[in-house]
Design a protein around this ligand. Structure first.
Ligand SMILES: [Zn+2]
Length: 499
């Protein structure tokens, strides 16, 4: 397997994953297909741009063992792209124990010619019992390591399943042990209940824990993340691939995906989409259809929505606007906003993988955007280039509020160090005005407030200036108003209060 990272933004990346000469571009979602009967044909899935699918080897093993081995999985499901198989671990959550050993299912996956296969795992689910969670981690690890040892020469790329549920230390242990054992691709088992109940902040903690514990070069798969709302979030935290049966499961319940929510076709008046399904039909035609046909069509529409969301996420990474996409998605649901806030609070870990210079300006829409990694790195850069040359400093409001003629600037700079005020980056040397991102960062004007100017003035005095002034315009005249001085700092310094 080859995995090459082409572009990064936040902790998200665009990459190329190649196995046995077949490749996919990540972030990628593997639509889950039934190994024997598909409601949306694999031909159609391929046609709309999915080069890889996921299927369940345990179901194939139970229902069509000999046929699968004879024909191979690609022929069985009629798909010549990348085929990833799950091992049956998920069935434990649904139906209790799975009666199969790691060796039986690995041998079967190798024989049917799977490209990427998950070793037999024991999902932790959302259990609150630490003892039970630790046992699932231990069992999954033992089976994964044995599978890797015994079946590494068969041509299949083995994926190590990370378990641990809601216990951070178990997740870390599970991930690091798998990397130590030589796994080059990991998959995080996320409790289904977390997704279904919109507990996105817990999902953020789980993904972050695992991503931090493994090398950057290792791709990370997230099991069952098929809600269009969570794709950008999971990608921003460093997940590269997903699998999901949601498009079909939702369709069976008459649930119609949009980029920001899931609607019930019973309550809809319109079809707000231009995919091949929606453009040719009305909502009443869809509602009146025979159930089987309706499910297939809504499932196909849902796939288009997932495809579009993947493309939108990739485009956002390419433009360096993944943060903006997250912010937009966060406005769709309060739980997602909570999750976005936890991402923002940990954004310092994203500084290294987020380009500082972008093709477009940065938008500051609310105070949460002050935590953008680009703003954090610009602030750090600023700290390094602030230097006291003159005795006094003067702060000039931003260009929009006060354009500054060259002649006035030259006059000022003979006597003062001149600073421009930025709504979120604060005071910065005026000579940097046209460098990125100072003038290219656009904030709503309400973010310019006098309190911020004053605190920046105090910071400048702290750096060593005797006086800091603010330049104001009165008619045609420019006047300086003193904001603060060393004297004020002395008076107001906490040490002055100590007797
Ligand atoms: Zn549609």
């Amino acid at each position: 397997m080859d995995f090459e990272v082409l572009e990064t933004d936040l902790l998200g990346r665009i990459g190329r994953l190649e196995v046995k000469g077949k490749s996919i571009e990540t972030p990628y979602l593997f639509p889950v297909v039934h190994p024997i009967k598909q409601q949306v044909s694999t031909k159609k899935i391929r046609e709309i741009g999915f080069n890889g699918v996921m299927t369940n080897s345990y179901i194939a093993y139970r229902r069509a063992r000999n046929e699968s081995v004879e024909r191979g999985i690609h022929d069985l499901i009629g798909f010549d792209g990348l085929v990833m198989t799950d091992s049956g671990g998920y069935q434990v959550l649904e139906y209790g124990e799975v009666e199969i050993s790691y060796r039986e299912i690995a041998d079967f996956q190798a024989k049917i010619g799977t490209d990427i296969a998950v070793t037999l795992d024991k999902p932790t689910g959302d259990t609150l019992s630490r003892k039970r969670a630790a046992e699932t981690v231990r069992k999954s690890l033992v089976d994964a390591i044995k599978t890797k040892k015994e079946f590494s020469g068969c041509g299949t790329e083995w994926v190590g399943p990370v378990q641990g549920g809601l216990f951070p230390d178990l997740l870390r242990k599970s991930a690091t042990e798998l990397v130590k054992a030589g796994f080059r691709f990991l998959a995080l088992g996320s409790p289904v209940q977390i997704m279904e109940n919109y507990r996105f902040s817990e999902l953020v903690r789980m993904i972050s824990e695992v991503r931090n514990a493994i090398p950057f070069s290792i791709p990370l798969h997230l099991f069952g993340a098929g809600h269009p709302l969570t794709i950008a979030l999971a990608v921003a935290l460093g997940c590269d691939t997903f699998d999901s049966a949601s498009y079909i499961l939702f369709a069976r319940q008459g649930r119609y995906m949009t980029e920001s929510t899931v609607l019930s076709i019973e309550n809809m008046e319109y079809l707000p989409c231009s995919c091949e399904v929606c453009i040719k039909r009305s909502i009443s035609e869809i509602r009146e259809m025979e159930r089987q046909e309706r499910t297939s069509l809504v499932a196909l529409h849902n796939l288009y929505i997932l495809r579009n969301e993947l493309l939108r996420t990739k485009q956002a990474i390419a433009e360096g606007r993944l943060w903006d996409l997250l912010h937009e998605r966060a406005s769709s649901h309060p739980s997602l906003m909570d999750a976005f806030i936890s991402v923002a609070l940990g954004a310092s870990s994203m500084v290294d993988t987020t380009r500082v210079v972008k093709q477009r300006g940065l938008f500051i829409r609310s105070s949460i955007d002050f935590l953008r990694p680009e703003i954090q790195s610009s602030r750090k850069m600023l700290e390094r280039c602030m230097r006291v040359d003159m005795k006094d400093a003067v702060i000039v409001p931003d260009e929009a509020t006060m354009p500054l003629p060259r002649s006035i600037y030259s006059q000022l700079s003979k006597k003062f160090d001149v600073y421009r005020m930025h709504q979120c980056l604060g005071a910065y040397p005026a000579e940097l005005e046209f460098t990125y991102p100072f003038t290219q960062t656009v904030a709503a004007s309400s973010y310019f407030d006098m309190e911020f100017v004053l605190s920046e003035a105090r910071k400048l005095v702290g750096m060593g200036y005797s006086n800091v002034f603010l330049l104001e315009r009165k008619g045609k005249e420019y006047v300086k108003k003193r904001l603060t001085s060393k004297q004020d700092l002395k008076v107001f310094s906490p040490s002055a209060l100590v007797p």
